[in-house]
Design a protein around this ligand. Sequence first.
Ligand SMILES: C[S@@+](CC[C@H](N)C(=O)[O-])C[C@H]1O[C@@H](n2cnc3c(N)ncnc32)[C@H](O)[C@@H]1O
Length: 114
Amino acid sequence: MINNYDKIANYYDSLSRLVFGKSQVNAQINQLKSITKNSSILIVGGGTGWILEEIGKRHPSGLKITYVEISAKMLVLSKDRDYGANSVLFIHSSIEDFNLEDHFNIILTPFFVR
Ligand SMILES: C[S@@+](CC[C@H](N)C(=O)[O-])C[C@H]1O[C@@H](n2cnc3c(N)ncnc32)[C@H](O)[C@@H]1O
């Protein structure tokens, strides 16, 4: 499993904001209005998990989220987020190795690059 993000996990959000300002954040937040009640969501490469908090603000409960992240450090940071009473299944894996068995209403791959 190739993973380049562990070393910068603690600084990723600050670095991203420094380079891109709020544009990457706003682009993702803009999509969240498409999430409907009780959706089943797949998030691939969610990074530090800030998106989970934004989702939780809009839908404090009822969502079923599967969160696939290749970086163990990003996953630790993500688990620490406040995502309300939503159900989040955290999976440490590359998406290529993840066995997709569920069906999802929404798939988010926000600025997911290798
Ligand atoms: C550019 S960062 C974007 C993070 C977050 N989406 C954001 O916008 O703040 C890409 C994220 O995808 C993860 N990632 C990269 N390749 C992956 C793969 N093949 N499977 C799952 N996650 C991957 C990285 O560990 C990293 O957290």
